[in-house]
Ligand binder design. Structure first.
Ligand code: ADP
Length: 468
């Protein structure tokens, strides 16, 4: 089986195994070393105490001929203390005092030992910790060599080492199993999120991912995805609504044109009738063209800065041109347009998109202001920038609709009738145009009823000005 080392599960497991093994080995090495050190220290202490006891024992005899009994006293001591393993005692000039013959193959620590010298040696298949120290037996300086068996200690250390060697493979298996189990548990919420995400279909976006209550990045991730799903859900709802609205509008226009043409062609009619039919068809053509224009502009906004060319532009001329273009529509509804645009207002922008922006706002004002109403357009320049304001005393926008009017395809219910020809794209396009000009577009209700739309452009002072 091939192990995928890039998998988070495998990596988590490996880290867990490495961590567990490392610390178990470190703990094992430390305990073993410390135990060996403690046993060696204990044995050294025992040897020092034995040498002292021997010296005291031999010096205990308090008679003038005590020197003669040194050998016997040493012998008596070792007979009375059988735990002393091996011993050699030399006089200061190197002659053997005890035992009667040297222990062959026994090597004691070499060199002068002012302090007790410790060492290790082997004798007849046994290991010994040795001490060489000086002493005085009845005034005669002697060198005492003592050796204590460490076989038992070595046995204990071997048992400890063997238990580690046996335990390590078991620990390795347990660590791998534990690592897989832990990583599986840790990644279980991710698996649940993935399964839930797999089941979410574009037509069924109201489902949400399970949010694990972990208070960490995983919870953040699930919540962020859920927010994204909500936005997508909303966008898809809007798109579906829009598609059905646009289809309905286009279908209605085409039906009106078709039925008007068919009716006119059924028999010969007067010139007036033909003119009336053609003018109905023309109006429907205009509405359809406007709708297609909006769709095209919205699509272009998605591709962003398609062919935008930023130049110094006099907003006053653009606004005046837009007023003159909208004048005939306003006249049909007997609307009054009040202009307050005395001075030139230069901005850094793109002429054709700015024309569209002003047209959208004026067109809405005309569409949503009842007959005899008043529309105002004004330009103001101050240190904060150039502000273009278009106000009307029309039907206004309800508090419920106001936050959504800049959303694509959004049309307030009260204005959703095809006579006014709105696609719900105008303000979204106007907002996009404002943003590409680093301007802000805001709505506020008019005190006298109706609406006020304000576009605030950043202050701009052109070095060379081009007349529009
Ligand atoms: P539409 O093409 O439907 O006019 P817009 O995006 O231009 O789309 O406007 C969105 C909605 O905002 C409109 O449907 C309308 O309800 C509301 N609205 C826009 N301008 C005005 C206005 N001047 N007065 C009242 N309502 C407006």
């Amino acid at each position: 089986m091939k192990i995928n080392l890039r998998s988070i599960r495998v990596r988590l497991c490996l880290w867990y195994v490495i961590f567990t093994l490392f610390w178990t080995l470190a703990l094992g090495a430390f305990s073993y070393t410390y135990l060996a050190y403690a046993l060696a220290s204990s044995r050294k202490g025992t040897l020092v105490r034995r040498a002292d006891r021997l010296t005291s024992f031999v010096n205990y005899r308090n008679t003038p001929d005590a020197q003669r009994f040194i050998f016997q006293d040493i012998q008596r001591y070792f007979l009375a203390n059988p735990d002393s393993d091996i011993v050699e005692i030399d006089s200061s000039d190197g002659n053997l005092l005890y035992p009667a013959a040297r222990l062959l193959d026994m090597s004691w620590p070499q060199g002068a030992c002012s302090q007790p010298c410790f060492g290790m040696t082997h004798f007849k298949d046994h290991s010994y910790r040795t001490i060489t120290t000086t002493g005085t037996f009845h005034g005669q300086p002697v060198i005492i060599h003592l050796g204590g068996s460490v076989d038992e200690h070595n046995n204990v250390l071997n048992v400890v080492l063997t238990s580690y060697i046996v335990f390590m493979p078991l620990l390795l298996v347990a660590a791998v199993a534990g690592g897989f189990g832990l990583s599986h548990r840790a990644l279980a919420p991710v698996a649940r999120i993935t399964n839930a995400a797999r089941n979410i279909d574009i037509r069924d976006l109201h489902h949400r991912l399970p949010v694990p209550d972990t208070g960490d990045e995983l919870q953040d991730l699930a919540e962020t995805w859920n927010q994204l799903l909500s936005r997508l859900d909303h966008a898809v709802d809007q798109l579906t609504q829009f598609t059905s609205d646009v289809s309905h509008d286009l279908r209605t226009s085409i039906s009106v044109m078709l039925s008007t043409a068919e009716l006119s062609l059924r028999r010969t009619r007067s010139v007036d009738k033909y003119q009336s039919s053609l003018s109905t068809i023309r109006l429907e053509c205009l509405a359809t063209t406007a709708l297609l224009d909006d769709l095209l502009a919205a699509a272009r906004a998605d591709v962003s800065q398609h062919s935008i060319e930023f130049l110094p532009v006099n907003l006053k001329l653009i606004a005046a041109e837009a007023v003159s273009n909208i004048q005939s529509a306003a006249t049909i509804k007997h609307l009054t347009i009040e202009c307050n645009m005395d001075q030139d207002a230069w901005v850094h922008g793109d002429t054709s998109t700015l024309r569209r922006l002003v047209h959208i706002l004026l067109d809405n004002a005309v569409k949503y202001t009842p007959d005899q109403g008043t529309i105002g357009i004004s330009l103001r320049i101050d240190e904060s920038g150039v502000s273009l304001q278009i106000c009307d005393n029309g039907i206004g926008i309800s508090c419920k609709d106001a936050p959504r009017i800049f959303d694509r395809f959004y049309r307030a219910d009260s204005s959703r009738n095809r006579d006014q020809g709105g696609s719900g794209l105008g303000l979204a396009i106007a907002k996009w145009i404002s943003e590409t000009h680093s301007a802000t577009l805001a709505y506020s209700p008019n005190q006298d009823g109706g609406s006020i739309f304000t576009v605030l452009f950043p202050a701009y002072a052109p070095e060379t000005t081009l007349v529009l």
